[in-house]
Design a protein around this ligand. Sequence first.
Ligand SMILES: [Zn+2]
Ligand SMILES: [Zn+2]
Length: 226
Amino acid sequence: MVRQTPLMDREDLRLAVYRSFVAGTVPGVERLTVATGASAEEVRRGLAELHRDRHVVLADDGVTIRMAHPFTSVPLGFSVMGAATVWFGGCAWDSFAIPHLLPDEPEVLVATRCPGCGTPHAWVVTATEPPPGDQVAHFLVPTAHIWDDVVHTCGNQRLFCGESCVTEWLDRTGNQRGYVMDIPTLWRLAAHWYDGRLDRGYVRREPAAAAEYFRSVGLHGPFWGL
Ligand SMILES: [Zn+2]
Ligand SMILES: [Zn+2]
């Protein structure tokens, strides 16, 4: 008699992916079969669904998890150091989001280098108020195109010394200027964007709700769909 394996609960898999990233490890198929009790085939199918619905970002091999926002398994220019764990921050937005998402990590050290001139920058980021700093964040890709290549998008949401370094970098790379914001605005953007992502039953924001969120944190213009 063939034993029927019950269909895996997709939330079990999504949460297993997140728990692994939270603990500072990149979840592979084997680890996820242990965590969920599902077969490797079910895990692979579940990951493909999570990728399709933009809960995770898979590499071209269809199984390697590159991102589960705000976490990433690939270096994108940031490190985030908590009390017990070090993560690659995804982008400026994602790195600043981590202390808001993790109650056990109320303050983290976010470090990066200015893409314009290479100067190192670091901030202690908390969930209570924006860190001091007169640096600026530059986001290259407008929100309407974030998912065209989300790893590229995150890789180009960076923190610079100031406007002159943004201009220098744009000239050098031949990129068009995207959107520049100050540190307090970046912190507000990051503060609640990922709310609920570690909870069962998380639902991604619809575009209208996303636009409303962007407006509420002080962003404006067509770059944000506003
Ligand atoms: Zn610089
Ligand atoms: Zn990002």
